[in-house]
Design a protein around this ligand. Structure first.
Ligand code: GAL
Length: 807
C-alpha cells in the first residue's frame, strides 16, 4: 500500500556546495531548516537580486521501510538539482516549477537511514527556462515547495487522468485513463475506480489486468444525480483508484490513488468563453507566487489565501498563473473556490536553443500531468510569455499539450500582433491603452491585432501594468487614474463579444530584476501591493460582483483638502455595486448619485462619479432653481479644473446672476468654495451611504480633519496548525476615527513575536501608505495548546497585541 508523508522538517542547509558533501553520513553542523525554504531571505526592496543566485546544499536522513519501494517526491526546487543517496547519484531535475521524483530503493537498505544530499542550483542558468535573457520577476531559490516520502509496493499506479464526458447531461460519463507500473509478468488482478461524493461511492468500474500491458481505460457511465462544477458552485468529486494484484507480488490491495475531479464544460469560442454552455465574460488578474523576504517559499495556507483574495476580495473569476506552473495548494483552492485558471509553462520573452526547448517541453509535460484533473484549469499556456513566433517549437508544445490532454484548449500569450496562431485561443497582451489623453482604444478589435479575416477565440491576457505603475503610497490622483484605466479596459472587453475577457496585470506587486520596476526591485503593477493590501484599482474588480454577495463601497478619495493638484477635490469616483449613493456633508444631504453608464456602458457596475459637492444644499440660499443649477455646474467645472474652464455662455449667466443679486464675485466664490470644501471651510465629515433595492446597505465616513488615532492590527487567522510550518499574515494600519487608513502616517513599528511563533522578515518596519503587513510562522517546537503572541509597538499610536492559537 502507498503511504505518503511530507518530510519538510529535519533538513540541514549550507549556502554552498562542495564535492565532499555528496557522501555525508551525518547531519553536519549546518543550519537546521524547514521546507518550504528560500536559499536566502531578502530585504523588501532595494537589494541586489544576485545575492540569491548561488548553489546550496540540503541534507536529511530518511528512513526506509522494509520490503517496499521508496521515493522522494519534490514539488518544486529552483531551478535545478542533483540528488545523492548514500553517496550515489540518484536523480536530478531541471526547471523550478514542476514536480519530480527520485527513487531511493536501490541506493539504500530497508530498515536503515539513507543520507540524502540535494545540490540546489539557484543560479539563473541559461539552459533552463525562463532564463537566458532578462526576466521581469525574481525566481528566488531553494527547495521552496514540499518534499514527500512515498513508500509503496512493487506494482503501483503511475498516472490517472480522469476525463468527464457529457458533463451537462443528466447521465454523465467518466473515462479514466490510467497507467500501472512495476507489474511482474505473471501478475493478475484488477484496477477498481470509484467516484466519491464525500465518502459515498456514486459510481464505480473495474478493469482486469492483462499480462504485459500497463495502460488501461476504465469507464463509469451514465451516472445520475451528479452536480456540475461551476464558478458559483464548484462541486468536486473524489476519485479513488485501487490496484489489487495477485501472483508473486502477493495478494490484496497494492496501491491506491485519489484525486478530485469536476464535471464541467469550458470552451473558448469566436464569440466568447462558455462555461457549462453559458457565456461568461472572463475578468481576471495575473498572479506571481511571490511574497516579501521569502520569495516563493510559502506553505499551503498562504498559497490558499491568495486564491481566496482573488476570488472573495477581488471578485475575479479567472487567474492566470503568470508565467509558470504554480503551487498545488493554490490550485487546490482554485478548484474548491470556483476560480478558473489559465496555467502556463515557464518563460519570459526568450526562447533558448534545442536543450532549453527540450527542458521546456519536459516542464510542460510535468505541468499537464500534474494538473489535468483539475476542473478549475480551462486553458494551457504553451508559448513562452510574449515570445516571438517559433514555428517548430510551438508546433511541438501544442502537439504535446493536445496529446497529454485533448480535453482542454491551448493558448499562447503574445504581445506581437499578427503572430502565428498554432494554439486554439489567441491570447494577447493588450498594452495599447495609455490613458484617455492619448486617445488610444483600451481594447482593439481582435482582427486588427490578429491580422486575420475572421474572428478566432480571443482573450486579453494582460493590460495596464507597466503602462501605469502605481504605488499604494502614490498620491490620490494617480491611484484614482490607475483604477479608471483598469475599468476602461474591462468596459471595452465587456463591450466586445469576440473578446472572451481581460486579465489585468496584475494582482500583487512583486520583486523583480534591476531592469524592471521602479529601480528598487519591485514592480508596482498590482491592484494590491506586495503585502496584498488594496489600491483603489482593487475596488474596480471587487465592485463588479453582485451586491447580494457582498457590498462594495469604496471612494477613490481621502477627501483631504490639499492632496490633489490645485486643491481640487472633485471628481470623486466611488467603486460600488450599490444602485446609488447618497453623499452627506456634516448633517446636510448633498445628493444622490448613480452609476456612470454613459462613460462605462458595459461594466456590470460602473463607478459612481461625483462631480458636484454643492448638491441640494444650495436650496437654502433661496436662489431660483435655474440659478442653483448654473452655480452648481460652474462650480463643478471650476473645481475639477479651473475657473477659466467655465464656458462663455455659463460665464455670462453667472455675471447676470451677480448683477441681479447685487453680489460681488468674491462673495459668490467664497460661498462655492465653502461648499466644495476649500481651505478654511468647515471640517465636517463626508458620509457616503450605499443603497441597494431601496435600502441602505453600507456607509463610509471620511473626515477632512481626520488623523491617525490608532493602530489596527489584524491576523488573517486566529489559529495555526502543527506539523509542517504554518503561517498567517498580520496587517497593521494607522486608522483615523472613522476606521480609514491614514495613507501618509509613516510610523515606525517594532514587532516582537513570543511563544510558539517566529517572525518572517525584519522586526523593524515602517508603515508605508499608512499600512504594512508581515507573516508569522509556527516555531518548530509548536504543539497544540500553545499560542503565539505578536506585539506591535509604534512610537505614537501605542501597542497592540494579537494572540494566535496553535491547534
Ligand atoms: C508584460 C509581461 C509581464 C510584465 C508586464 C508588466 O509585457 O508579460 O510579465 O512584465 O509586461 O506590465
Amino acid at each position: 500500500m502507498r503511504t505518503v508523508n511530507t518530510i519538510n522538517t529535519d533538513w540541514y542547509y549550507a549556502p554552498e556546495f562542495r564535492e565532499e558533501y555528496t557522501s555525508l553520513t551525518a547531519a553536519p553542523d549546518w543550519q537546521r531548516i524547514r521546507i518550504p525554504h528560500t536559499n536566502r531571505e531578502l530585504p523588501l526592496n532595494s537589494f541586489d537580486e544576485r545575492q540569491s543566485f548561488f548553489v546550496s546544499t540540503y541534507f536529511r536522513k530518511v528512513r526506509l521501510t522494509a520490503g517496499s519501494r521508496t521515493f522522494l517526491d519534490f514539488d518544486g526546487v529552483m531551478c535545478a538539482c542533483d540528488v545523492w543517496v548514500n553517496g550515489q547519484m540518484a536523480g536530478s531535475h531541471e526547471g523550478g516549477y514542476t514536480p519530480f521524483s527520485v527513487e531511493l530503493t536501490d541506493f539504500s537498505k530497508a530498515g536503515e537511514d539513507a543520507n540524502v544530499v540535494v545540490r540546489v542550483d539557484s543560479t539563473e542558468r541559461e539552459d533552463i527556462p525562463p532564463f537566458g535573457h532578462v526576466v521581469d520577476y525574481l525566481c528566488f531559490g531553494g527547495i521552496y515547495r514540499d518534499v514527500r516520502l512515498r513508500t509503496q509496493d512493487h506494482a503501483y499506479i503511475a498516472s490517472v487522468f480522469a476525463r468527464p464526458e457529457k458533463p451537462l447531461e443528466a447521465k454523465k460519463d467518466l473515462a479514466i485513463e490510467l497507467t500501472v507500473d512495476g507489474l511482474l509478468n505473471d501478475a493478475a488482478g484488477a484496477v477498481k475506480c470509484e467516484l466519491l461524493d464525500g465518502t459515498r461511492v456514486v459510481g464505480s468500474a473495474q478493469v482486469d489486468l492483462v499480462p504485459n500491458r500497463n495502460s488501461y481505460v476504465a469507464r463509469i457511465d451514465a451516472m445520475e444525480g451528479l452536480r456540475v462544477w461551476d464558478i458559483d458552485d464548484p462541486a468536486l468529486y473524489g476519485l479513488r483508484v485501487t490496484l489489487a494484484v495477485s501472483g508473486s507480488d502477493g495478494d490484496g490491495p497494492t496501491d491506491e490513488w485519489t484525486t478530485r475531479i469536476g464535471f464541467r464544460a469550458a470552451e473558448f469560442r469566436k464569440d466568447g468563453f462558455f462555461l457549462n454552455g453559458r457565456r461568461v465574460k472572463l475578468v481576471g488578474l495575473n498572479r506571481h507566487q511571490a511574497w516579501p523576504y521569502v520569495g516563493y517559499a510559502m506553505p499551503a495556507r498562504a498559497q490558499r489565501r491568495d486564491a481566496e483574495i482573488l476570488k472573495r476580495e477581488l471578485g475575479v473569476n479567472l487567474v492566470r498563473t503568470s508565467h509558470y506552473p504554480q503551487s498545488p495548494y493554490f490550485l487546490d483552492a482554485c478548484d474548491e473556490l470556483g476560480l478558473l485558471v489559465f496555467e502556463e509553462m515557464p518563460g519570459w520573452q526568450f526562447i533558448g536553443g534545442p536543450e532549453w526547448q527540450d527542458t521546456e517541453c519536459v516542464n510542460l509535460e510535468e505541468m499537464i500531468r500534474r494538473d489535468r484533473n483539475r476542473p478549475s484549469i480551462v486553458l494551457w499556456g504553451v508559448r513562452v510569455n510574449e515570445s516571438p513566433d517559433s514555428h517548430d517549437f510551438y508546433v511541438r508544445t501544442n502537439a504535446l499539450a493536445r496529446r497529454l490532454d485533448p480535453t482542454r484548449q491551448t493558448g499562447g500569450v503574445r504581445c506581437i500582433g499578427k503572430s502565428e496562431l498554432l494554439e486554439d485561443v489567441y491570447t494577447f497582451n493588450e498594452f495599447n491603452y495609455s490613458g484617455e489623453a492619448e486617445g488610444k482604444t483600451p481594447v482593439r478589435k481582435q482582427r486588427i491585432v490578429t491580422g486575420k479575416r475572421t474572428n478566432v477565440p480571443y482573450l486579453v491576457t494582460e493590460h495596464n501594468g507597466h503602462m501605469f505603475p502605481t504605488k499604494r503610497f502614490d498620491n490620490e490622483e494617480r491611484l484614482a487614474e490607475h483604477a479608471l484605466r483598469h475599468a476602461r479596459v474591462l468596459d471595452a472587453a465587456f463591450a466586445d463579444q469576440s473578446v472572451s475577457g481581460a486579465i489585468g496585470w496584475c494582482a500583487f506587486d512583486y520583486n523583480t530584476h534591476k531592469d524592471f520596476g521602479s529601480g528598487d526591485r519591485i514592480c508596482y503593477h498590482g491592484v494590491m501591493d506586495i503585502f496584498r493590501e488594496p489600491k483603489f484599482a482593487a475596488a474596480v474588480y471587487a465592485s463588479q460582483g453582485p451586491c447580494e454577495k457582498g457590498v462594495v463601497l469604496e471612494a477613490a478619495s481621502r477627501f483631504a483638502k490639499g492632496e490633489r493638484c490645485a486643491v481640487r477635490m472633485i471628481p470623486v469616483q466611488v467603486w460600488t455595486n450599490c444602485d446609488s449613493v447618497v453623499l452627506w456633508r456634516g448633517g446636510e444631504r448633498i445628493g444622490e448619485f448613480f452609476p456612470d453608464r454613459g462613460a462605462f456602458p458595459n461594466l456590470p457596475h460602473p463607478p459612481i462619479i461625483i462631480h458636484d459637492f454643492i448638491g441640494d444644499r444650495i436650496v437654502k440660499e433661496g436662489f431660483s432653481e435655474r440659478d442653483n443649477a448654473r452655480i452648481r455646474k460652474a462650480a463643478s467645472v471650476a473645481f475639477e479644473g479651473s475657473p477659466d474652464d467655465i464656458g462663455l455662455v455659463d460665464k455670462i449667466h453667472l455675471a447676470s446672476f451677480l448683477v441681479r443679486k447685487r453680489m460681488a464675485y468674491g462673495k459668490l466664490y467664497d460661498m462655492i468654495a465653502d461648499y466644495v470644501n476649500a481651505w478654511g471651510s468647515k471640517d465636517e465629515a463626508f458620509r457616503l451611504e450605499g443603497f441597494f433595492n431601496g435600502k441602505k446597505v453600507a456607509e463610509r465616513v471620511y473626515g477632512g480633519d481626520a488623523c491617525a488615532v490608532a493602530l489596527e492590527v489584524r491576523a488573517d487567522d486566529d489559529a495555526l496548525s502543527v506539523g509542517d510550518w504554518d503561517t498567517t499574515r498580520l496587517t497593521v494600519r494607522a486608522v483615523d476615527r472613522f476606521g480609514n487608513t491614514q495613507p501618509y502616517a509613516a510610523e515606525a513599528l517594532d514587532v516582537r513575536v513570543e511563544g510558539a511563533g517566529e517572525l518572517i522578515g525584519p522586526n523593524l518596519m515602517p508603515l508605508s501608505g499608512g499600512s504594512t503587513a508581515f507573516w508569522v510562522r509556527t516555531a518548530e517546537a509548536a504543539k497544540p495548546g500553545d499560542s503565539i503572541r505578536v506585539i506591535v509597538r509604534s512610537g505614537r499610536l501605542g501597542e497592540s497585541v494579537v494572540t494566535i492559537e496553535i491547534r
